[in-house]
Design a protein. Structure first.
Length: 162
């Protein structure tokens, strides 16, 4: 599949959402779409019970290299928030597309494959610690890189760390 005008519309939405992420380490946004309708959307964020602005970013404090030890975090990735919200609200994800500002991490890749999502459109890469294992490919999930849009702030803090 080629990136369509509809894809660009959804990429613009995540580009507008991305700077609103609460995560202290990286700004990432995601939304899940089916039949042209947005089902859920979210940014990476901490749990309401643990405010990272108060306790600090545990990954930064422990100097954890990007792309490693994702489990050492008080928050959830944007994709995890979307999938959890869909599950909580009883929203069916089979056949959906997820749009993400960065390529999903390994944890999110696994969740996406098990959720029924069949297509991932991402904008920027992610440091992959297991480059020879591609669960998306093994599961038949279509993965495409889309462009950053004019809605993305070129002066935003660049971060490859999540």
């Amino acid at each position: 599949m080629a990136i369509s005008k509809e894809d660009i519309t959804f990429l613009k939405i995540i580009d507008e959402m991305e700077p609103k992420a609460h995560c202290l380490r990286a700004n990432i946004a995601a939304l899940i779409v089916k039949d042209g309708n947005i089902l859920v959307k979210h940014t990476n964020d901490w749990h309401p019970e643990i405010n990272c602005k108060e306790v600090g970013c545990i990954r930064n404090i422990r100097k954890i290299e990007s792309g490693t030890h994702r489990e050492i975090c008080y928050g959830l990735c944007a994709e995890q928030w979307c999938i959890a919200k869909a599950a909580k609200d009883g929203i069916e994800l089979n056949g959906a597309t997820i749009y993400v500002t960065k390529h999903p991490c390994r944890v999110c890749e696994s969740l996406i494959c098990e959720s029924g999502i069949i297509r991932v459109v991402y904008q920027e890469g992610y440091p992959d610690v297991l480059p020879n294992f591609n669960l998306f490919e093994k599961q038949g999930v279509i993965v495409e890189q889309g462009p950053n849009t004019e809605k993305k702030d070129p002066n935003r803090l660049k971060s490859d760390s999540i």
